[in-house]
Design a protein around this ligand. Structure first.
Ligand SMILES: [Zn+2]
Length: 196
């Protein structure tokens, strides 16, 4: 355990959600549609919208009321917990958000005005930070760190990917399966970032 640095970090729980391209947003909600903000998320400019969609698998299962996150992105992407993947009987790789080249569209997404086929992933747990924060702690983009969660069901998450970009705010994002396993609250908690 020599030479390890520990930094207290906020840990946020991402429930299943979808990011949409403008083109797919219009297919689902109508021409020239714009998302309506429900609340801001911790990362600047990112928000939960009032809009939700449903997900239908061709294999089995159906999930209703999946939150659309804004703003619109270059490519549509569904982010699920592994429990959802099992429920839907689909294949969704563990991937860094936005890394979709090898992912096949396997889910039917239904909105009030239409439907699309979309790619789904289980997002790799990650830490966001700005270049200034990264420098202060000595982190590099793409580096993997550990996040220790304290408490009765406390555990250490390994292979947490560091994502450095301007405007990012330091926080760790895990999914609902990971949060439940660690006994964390529904929305957020605190962890220790361990880097060497
Ligand atoms: Zn994130």
């Amino acid at each position: 355990m020599k030479n390890q640095k520990r930094t207290i970090i906020s840990v946020e729980v991402s429930a299943r959600h979808i990011h949409l391209s403008q083109k797919d947003l219009e297919k689902l909600f109508g021409q020239k549609y714009k998302l309506n903000k429900l609340r801001d998320l911790s990362q600047k400019g990112e928000f939960a919208s009032k809009e939700t969609v449903s997900l239908a698998s061709r294999v089995k299962g159906f999930i209703d009321k999946v939150r659309v996150l804004g703003p619109v992105r270059k490519e549509t992407q569904v982010e699920l917990a592994q429990t959802d993947v099992i429920k839907l009987g689909i294949e969704a790789p563990l991937a860094v958000s936005g890394d979709l080249q090898k992912v096949k569209p396997v889910l039917e997404v239904r909105g009030p005005k239409g439907k699309i086929m979309a790619k789904a992933i289980v997002a790799k747990r990650h830490v966001h930070c700005s270049p200034a924060e990264a420098k202060k702690i000595g982190l590099k983009n793409g580096q993997k760190v550990k996040i220790e969660i304290m408490g009765e069901r406390g555990l250490v998450f390994d292979n947490v990917v560091v994502r450095v970009a301007p405007k990012m705010v330091m926080s760790c994002h895990i999914d609902t399966d990971e949060a439940n396993a660690a006994g964390l609250g529904k929305i957020c908690g605190v962890g220790k970032l361990i880097s060497s």
